[in-house]
Design a protein around this ligand. Structure first.
Ligand code: TRP
Length: 329
């Protein structure tokens, strides 16, 4: 019998190692949602290729690496379906169908597209494929008839487009084949990086989920603290301190204590960072352990992805039957 749970689909592009920003921004949320919804979590490798097509060689390793990270933080393949986008060919079929009926203007007006055209200078994104980025994303979502899509705020225009495409399809062919999915906004926990800017590979300010203890301790020591606190005897301002924001997220149980030692100038920034590193190391330790176990047993990873692909393909094939029936193909 079909599951009564509502369906969720989300995806992540395999563009490099995952970091603490992915954990608090996305993965923690995915872990919660897998209890309540029927979840499909996808490695969006075609989407990654649209940006990385000049240097795609690193993608295969990143795909597996990301999946290992998902599993090691607690994404559970017995609860959620994990799969690789390019292994389910129906994504491209539906992308093609949607490409036929999506007016160019919708894509040219898309704010994410305009922004990237303006701001990305290191890669040439002025391509036919990249314009259709949100069309492929609509295909990802609607192929599973997902009703909810957990995403960050930056992705909302793509969801709006997904709804428009669903409406246009349903309207053209006179059948309610697709739902109009809603975004499920991830609580805006945008984690600052080591330097206080958004944590991002391109700023080289990340703590990676796979970093070992030495790396974590080293990186945390480079974190910028309250710039007005120069000497130990200067009183600090936790509310503007990046290190303090980490305590709030990763060690809330000691938050009050940290605030007191900072404002009372009883513990210096170096020591404060050393203790923070201890909390982070403790947080990452179980991930590191599971990651090592998984990497020793690569067959398990392959099995999980093969199983995920099978489940995803079954749903995708059924949807494509509906699509062809609606269109009279
Ligand atoms: N565009 C998304 C991002 O960059 C990744 C993505 C691809 C996605 N397909 C998706 C997210 C489908 C949600 C649903 O973050």
């Amino acid at each position: 019998m079909a599951s009564q749970k509502k369906k969720i689909l989300s995806g992540m592009r395999p563009t490099g190692k995952l970091h603490l920003g992915h954990l608090v921004g996305t993965l923690d949320n995915w872990i919660k949602l897998q209890e309540e919804y029927e979840c499909f979590y996808m490695v969006a490798d075609w989407h990654a290729l649209m940006g990385e097509y000049e240097h795609p060689q690193e993608m295969p390793a990143a795909i597996i690496d990301n999946v290992v990270d998902w599993l090691s933080v607690g994404i559970d393949p017995s609860k959620a379906t994990l799969f690789i986008q390019s292994e389910v060919f129906q994504h491209l079929e539906l992308h093609m169908v949607f490409s036929c009926l999506t007016p160019l203007g919708w894509l040219e007006r898309c704010p994410t597209y305009k922004e990237q055209m303006r701001e990305v200078t290191t890669r040439n994104l002025n391509t036919y494929g990249f314009l259709g980025y949100p069309v492929l994303q609509a295909a990802d979502i609607l192929l599973y008839k997902a009703e909810k899509v957990p995403v960050g705020e930056d992705q909302l225009p793509h969801l709006e487009l997904t709804r428009e495409i669903a409406r246009r399809f349903n309207g053209l062919y006179g059948r309610q084949v697709f739902p109009e999915p809603d975004g499920l906004l991830t609580a805006a926990s945008r984690l600052p990086g080591l330097d206080g800017r958004k944590m991002s590979k391109s700023y080289n300010n990340t703590i990676n989920l796979s970093d070992d203890e030495t790396a974590v301790r080293q990186k945390v020591q480079t974190m910028i603290t309250d710039p007005q606190r120069i000497k130990l005897s200067d009183k600090g301002h936790p509310d503007i301190c990046n290190v303090f924001s980490y305590y709030s997220i990763f060690a809330p149980q000691v938050r009050e204590e940290v605030s007191a030692w900072c404002t009372g100038a009883s513990v210096g920034c170096t020591e404060c960072k050393k203790r923070l590193a201890g909390h982070l190391v403790e947080k990452l330790a179980p991930f590191n352990r599971r990651r090592r176990e998984l990497l020793e047993d690569k067959q398990t990873i392959r099995d999980i992805l093969a199983e995920g692909r099978k489940k995803a393909q079954a749903v995708a094939a059924a949807t494509m039957d509906d699509v062809r029936a609606a269109m009279g193909l």
